[in-house]
Ligand binder design. Structure first.
Ligand code: ADP
Ligand code: MG
Length: 587
């Protein structure tokens, strides 16, 4: 059975509302709610999904509003044209602001957006051409031919159709290759970059998209109110937009609408009720909102929509990729060809030499074990090879090419995939979606195509690959489970499937058997041997000596950052220095 798109129901409700015998007052309220929701929609993507907090969205609303106001008043251009000029200006502004601020980490970004919001507010308020703090008056209503659609019910339909289109586009985006990359941003950049994802690019992208939503809202607002002035675009509104989004459910697309509605209605009510209660006039609602924001963040951090989601049945996604064409495979190195040459790599953390001039080599089809006591420098060695950490010295060659200076993203694109000692995943994505992150470099569909759902053919191929790798590793039953619900063992297997999705020539596994049960370890050994049979080369860090001795062709033993010895498992087992190292620390 074909499933109906979830956007259908609200879409059908729109005309019913527009022609219902509602008082005009409520239509006006709905118009404002629709306008605010548009801006909040961008914030859901930016803050809720991407984890980037912005207090500056109102400023982007202002750019959209002022552009159309000034141009329609001074040049006579049609508002339908000035919309696109406004979007273009907003896009450029967001690119510049985002390009500078998104490199900042932690609390610098919200602070930078506050500065940005404030400066644009004062700019709008001080430019003669923009009417200073009085703003610009006497804008035209929007019309199509002689038909005025700028007010009342017609405007309601216009705004809410645009809003629903935005919701639809965002839902599409989040369920796509770029969408998964965006959802991975919040959990730090290391894993995403290791999957070949340029995190900065996606951060800038969602910053621009959020700004464009705000700009569209500004264009609508300007022609709806027929006047613009800076007060609607200042920091107070910026905070209010964020508040709406957080209350509604910052991670949920529909939360934008719920939050906007609630805050708008509450705002109106409090503006009347509070001064009456207190006896003097003033903007007391701001205080209530401040307190409410703290309470929501503390007791309902996922917002109101998360409570609705709990009541909705969770439907497993429809599997429509069974017939898709498999993705093309990378050329494999010939047996015996050198895949990895590590030459005297070194890492110092201050005075500590974590990796001390380590050298070794991996040939195609080999499984090489990197072993040593805790703290020996194995994970750091992984990070140096995969470009997660910068080397203090030394070179790494991958398939004959010097990759020493490349970032992890570029190395991953060349066909080197890894897992992490501490599993790095997106807990609120399904297992299938997490694993599909590994296919990122094998697809090319972008944000616009995803929003318009033009990406489905490629999506099917990517998801089919993800399912194939999960089944290969014995996790075919977990496709639609949330990754956060998995036990430790399956989480590690999921990471291996994710790494395999990039079709690597070299696989680096950091303690894949930790937390696995005996049966799972046997299955893992089986998978490793099978991969080896297919020509895969593997570098394995592992504490389970049975597994290591069982599957590895060569061992590299480290202690205190230094190479202790190299050789076959049998040779290493006989080595008195190795025995001493292990007896000294493991007992
Ligand atoms: P292993 O994986 O073999 O257990 P690691 O590579 O994780 O060892 O760590 C090697 C040494 O480097 C340890 O002493 C650890 O404390 C230190 N180390 C690892 N990462 C960092 C870091 N980012 N900053 C400072 N010291 C580190
Ligand atoms: Mg380690």
């Amino acid at each position: 059975m074909r499933r109906l798109p979830p956007i259908l129901l609200p879409a059908l409700a729109l005309p019913l509302i527009a022609w219902a015998p509602l008082p005009d007052f409520w239509i006006t309220q709905l118009n404002y709610i629709g306008l605010y929701s548009l801006t909040c929609l961008g914030l859901v993507l930016l803050t809720g999904v991407g984890g980037l907090t912005s207090f500056g969205q109102a400023a982007f609303v202002g750019i959209g509003a002022y552009t159309t106001a000034w141009l329609t008043l001074n040049t006579g251009l049609s508002p339908w044209l000035t919309l696109f000029i406004g979007l273009a200006l907003t896009g450029i502004a967001a690119l510049v602001v985002g390009g500078i601020t998104l490199r900042m980490s932690g609390h610098y970004l919200p602070l930078a957006t506050i500065a940005w919001g404030l400066s644009l507010y004062y700019l709008m308020g001080n430019l003669d051409a923009l009417g200073k703090y009085n703003g610009l008056l006497g804008l035209r209503s929007l019309s199509v031919g002689a038909f005025n659609i700028g007010q009342g019910r017609a405007f309601f339909l216009l705004t809410w159709v645009l809003l629903l289109a935005g919701v639809w586009a965002l839902l599409n985006l989040l369920d796509s290759r770029p969408g998964r990359a965006i959802r991975a941003l919040r959990n730090g950049s290391q894993m995403a970059e290791a999957m070949g994802i340029s995190t900065l690019r996606y951060k800038v992208t969602i910053f621009v998209i959020a700004a464009l939503f705000a700009s569209l809202a500004g264009w609508l607002l300007a022609h709806f109110q027929r006047t613009v002035n800076p007060s609607a675009f200042g920091l107070k509104m910026g905070i209010e937009y964020l508040f709406m989004t957080v209350v509604g459910g910052v991670g949920h697309v529909w939360g934008a609408v719920v939050g906007a509605a609630l805050v708008k209605l509450l705002d109106d009510y409090l503006q009347v009720a509070l001064p009456a209660l207190i006896g003097t006039s003033g903007s007391y609602e701001v205080i209530v909102f401040g307190v409410a924001l703290v309470l929501v963040l503390k007791y309902l951090p996922d917002g109101l929509w998360s409570m609705v989601v709990r009541w909705l049945p969770r439907r497993p996604r429809a599997v429509d990729w069974q017939q898709a064409n498999p993705l093309p495979a990378r050329s494999r190195p010939a047996a015996g060809e050198s895949v990895l040459e590590v030459d005297r790599i070194r890492k110092q953390f201050g005075g500590l030499v974590a990796v001390n001039d380590i050298s070794f080599e991996i040939q195609a089809g080999q499984i090489v074990g990197l072993i040593g006591p805790n703290g020996a420098g194995k994970s750091t060695t992984f990070n140096l090879i995969t470009g997660v950490l910068a080397k203090t010295a030394g070179t790494v060659r991958f398939r004959g090419e010097d990759i020493s200076a490349l970032p992890s993203r570029a190395i991953s694109r060349k066909g080197m995939a890894r897992t992490f000692q501490h599993v790095k995943m997106i807990p609120d994505m399904t297992v299938l979606e997490n694993v599909a992150l590994g296919t990122h470099t094998r697809g090319s569909n972008g944000v616009a195509g995803a929003m318009l759902r033009l990406n489905r053919a490629e999506e099917r191929r990517l998801l089919q690959e993800a399912q194939r790798q999960l089944e290969r590793i014995g996790m075919g039953d977990y496709l639609h489970e949330l990754a956060g619900n998995l036990a430790m063992g399956p989480q590690r297997l999921m990471e291996i499937a994710r790494a395999l999705c990039s079709d690597p020539a070299l696989l680096l596994l950091d303690e894949p058997a930790a937390g696995l049960r005996h049966k799972e370890k046997q299955a893992l050994a089986q998978v490793l041997r099978q991969l080896q049979g297919e020509g895969m080369s593997i570098l394995l860090v592992e504490h389970d000596m049975d597994l290591v001795m069982d599957v590895c062709d060569q061992l590299v033993v480290m202690e205190f950052g230094t190479l202790l010895t190299r050789g076959t498992p049998a040779e290493v087992q006989q080595n008195p220095a190795v025995r001493a190292a292990y007896l000294g620390t493991e007992h």
